[in-house]
Ligand binder design. Structure first.
Ligand code: SF4
Length: 257
């Protein structure tokens, strides 16, 4: 299928469905995806590894971002948000805390009104250095697609065992300074049915959301090609029904259909 990789450290700006005018930062190599998950819906294709010797250095990231911000400032179009995303999980970068500090300094220098966002799969938030760095940024967008281990096994295919109750406790530790991102999808994979929109799935997920008390929730579905062709988009009305349930427990929800 037609999945793709970002071919640079800094990419865009792009008009993001969820974030506005977003300047992207890819901390992963440009020739492979590096992630601790292997989500069956990942737009970057399948995961081969969760580590590499090919990460760009913190100083390469800093130089690339600074030259892009200078060019954007000169052309009078600065980003609404600087977003860590790209070819995998950004918090796997061994210099992630330094890179966050450098990015905050550059943002303050060139575009102080821009937010800094990190899209993460939440698998490293138990690491105190990662946690503390994430607390420094404006928007932590943390993945929680299901609270059932068997669903996570199929949908996210973690490269190690995920302890769901530990994960929920760690998300609670953000004390509301996080956004939960959940991708809803249905279909099948390797002979198993997948559907995280069932009442059982959504009710258990809502209970976790109630415990975590995030600032808000982002609900979305597949929008581009996925590595397997056995998945289906969730119709917008179904996403809106789920969003209303989240709103009923007092948490703002953003839907991208
Ligand atoms: S966590 Fe994100 S980058 Fe990693 S496999 Fe899933 S969708 Fe892809």
């Amino acid at each position: 299928m037609g999945t793709f990789l970002f071919n640079s450290i800094v990419f865009g700006p792009v008009k993001s469905r969820r974030l506005g005018v977003s300047l992207g930062i890819n901390l992963l190599p440009t020739n492979q995806k590096i992630c601790s998950f292997d989500c069956i819906y990942c737009e970057c294709g399948w995961t081969n590894s969760m580590t590499t010797s090919d990460f760009p250095s913190a100083s390469q990231v800093e130089l690339s971002l600074e030259s892009k911000l200078i060019a954007m400032k000169e052309s009078g179009e600065l980003p609404d948000v600087i977003t860590f995303a790209g070819n995998g999980e950004p918090t796997l970068h061994p210099e992630f805390p330094i890179i966050i500090d450098n990015t905050i300094a550059l943002r303050n220098m060139y575009c102080p009104s821009a937010k800094i966002a990190v899209l993460s799969n939440s698998t490293l938030i138990q690491n105190i250095n990662i946690f503390n760095s994430l607390l420094k940024v404006d928007q932590n967008i943390l993945k929680l697609d299901s609270v059932f281990p068997e669903t996570i096994e199929i949908l996210n295919q973690p490269l190690f065992k995920v302890d769901i109750s530990g994960l929920i406790d760690n998300l609670k530790r953000f004390s509301g300074r996080c956004t939960i991102q959940t991708l809803f999808v249905k279909g099948s994979f390797r002979g198993k049915t997948i559907d995280n929109t069932t009442d059982t799935e959504v009710n258990a997920w809502l209970k976790a959301i109630q415990k975590i008390k995030p600032k808000d929730v982002m609900i979305y579905t597949i929008a581009r090609e996925t590595p397997t062709d056995t998945l289906h988009k969730i119709p917008l009305p179904t996403l809106l029904v789920i969003a209303r349930k989240v709103e009923r427990i007092g948490i703002k929800t953003q839907v991208s259909g």
